[in-house]
Design a protein around this ligand. Sequence first.
Ligand code: PLP
Length: 370
Amino acid sequence: MTRVYLDHNASAPLKPAVKAAMVQALDLVGNPSSVHGFGRAVRRAVEDARAQVAALAGVRPAQVFFTGSGTEANNLALRGFPGRRLVVSAIEHESVLATAPDAPRIPVDRDGVADLDALKRLLAAGEGPALVSLMLANNETGVIQPVAQAAAIAHAHGALLHCDAVQAAGRLPLDLAALGADLLTVSAHKIGGPAGAGALIIAEGLEPEALIRGGGQEKRRRAGTENVVGLVGFGAAARLALQELPDAERLTRLRDALEAQVRDAVPEALVMGGGAARVGNTSCLLLPGAPGETQVMALDLAGVAVSAGSACSSGKVKPSHVLAAMGQGADAAASAIRVSLGWDSDAAAVDRFVAAYAGMAQRRWRAPAA
Ligand code: PLP
């Protein structure tokens, strides 16, 4: 049985050209901080990668600060300005929520779009300068957030805006200035690069405090000898993501076809966030009464890999905080799966998913006809 991978939002398969670039980089010798010829060659590889990531984000290379993950970039953004109070949306990734446990949450509507009037109220209510964190595309639903408007509101209140663009990179054009963001997070392994490489893009003139101190790497914002092979892979993946942005339309058509077929085959399934603008690769399907983890296991047995919309901790199904914020009750918020397509997805994969999903719904959860 060939297995079908529809979990790109968790981690995309490494693109072959990225792998080739990384294999070549394994032969580089030396430390990029060394001044000899070996070191200078390695430095060139790191700086080429920086330029490629900068092009993807619409910024100058000097604005790209490499980190060990998207998680670390989010931590650097939020912890880098200790004088500012944090305001974060209720649907952020755990790496933002756990970094700002006491921060007020910007609520979202039933489609999962941040409520900008609430943001205005939260900013007006607090004392002192703030830092707002609002993601560009949600990892569970794909719903696109009104980042440019939020940035304008933030700036009118003297606040900075951080945007986690991990799930938007390669799916939407990125441009720091057009978004109005001051800080932007990207991660390599969601765009066909390796895990363990991320970046925080920083607007000119801002200087977050370093989380990791030691050497002078990344202009003292992130000490530690660079993960050269990982960064070369990140650069190659960023170059391809930019080139292949038009492929997003193909994925949107595939995703829309998937949802149309699901509606026909399993009418009780609900598309979460379907009323809002979404990135074209993601579908969050809620099947009332069917725990997400059980759905994931049933689909895995049928050879189709997807994620539960909810995280699983210590064997227990945890309701999705994203779906809960969208107004779903605890049971519903634990009954969703996320299907996420990417560069290697095709119509055959969608057909396999729909057949497996319809079979699962039929066998296990559909009430017998009266
Ligand atoms: N932000 C979002 C929206 C994500 O989906 C993820 C990964 O799932 C991250 C941040 C974390 O990125 P990384 O896996 O590189 O730490």
